[in-house]
Design a protein around this ligand. Sequence first.
Ligand code: ACO
Length: 337
Amino acid sequence: MSNSNTTKYRAKIVGSGSYVPPDILTNADLEAIVDTSDEWITTRTGIKERHIASREMSGVDMAVKASEAALENANWKPEDVEMVIVGTVTPDYRLPSNSCVLQDRMGMVNAGTMDIAAACAGYIHGQSIASAYIESGQLERILVIGVEKLSTITNYKDRGTCILFGDAAGAVALERTTDGSGVLSSFLKSDGRLGKLLWIPVGGTQSPYPEVMRNGGVQNGEDCLHMAGSEVFKQAVRQMGDAALKVIERSGLETKDVDMVVPHQANIRIIDALRKRLDLPEEKVYVNIDRFGNTSSASVPLALDEALRNKTIKEGDNVLMLAFGGGLTWGASLVRM
Ligand code: ACO
């Protein structure tokens, strides 16, 4: 069966799950590692603590836990899943992809798989692709995951970045519906010209590890995230704001119709600036950055899962999701629950 003018297929969120590892890195812990303070981190970022995975726990280990919870919540069996889309820049292996490893671990034997490397915007890219597959009538059930073990690409000698990042996974089950709910509109955009505002210099084909090792190894954390924080900050506010207005308009709605915003949890000041630009009250913007920090592609599904489980988001709500990350990449999506 294909989509037609009489039957409008949409991708409805029918389940979600998330996982954070048990170990917590507090601002006080960071004070002992780099020259910083709880006061600086709290006022400049809104972050109080983040969860860090142990050496033994991989990204896929976290993704399995989030996916199991999402499948149970959706009342799906692993074999019901037709596509697994994983947003990540910290895969378990360079090959095979996280989505293939996850498919195997979960027994999702009927699924196609793909990984998306759009950094913090990875989940929103995955959800947009899933929605397009479902709207076109090609697939009915897709699992989208955002997972990062950012602690493996964080330089704990760089106070400008190490205070920000945490490890986590979030998973969302999207299913075909014709009841008028689901993803109403999505928007994705990138600006590759600004790629080096947020990048990892070493480890790819431009600077392969064997060559780096022959030349004395990594000296200054070049295999970790490098970020021009204040430029990224300005871009994030501008681009997520524009993307938000675009999907609201494309959905035939107005800002006042948005019941809840689930923004990428990068910095409380970015979130506040977006809220002011959209002229929304505080209670309409979901914030959990204080407890988890920036978990990159896991950030939006982690916050969404929490908001669904604590009933901040309810059936019928119009939910605006926003993300921004390395690439630079960004996107927005308006979803009726
Ligand atoms: N503790 C104390 N002082 C610090 C720290 C710290 N942890 N980090 C930086 N500083 C200092 C700087 O050295 C600088 O000092 P100086 O004025 O003497 O040179 C001063 O604080 C101001 O530094 P800025 O970098 O200008 O601080 P800013 O207010 O921009 O905050 C931050 C930095 C938190 C990184 C902010 O820029 C930010 O959140 N940027 C956006 C992050 C983001 O959105 N990332 C996107 C996604 S990440 C991804 O895709 C994986």
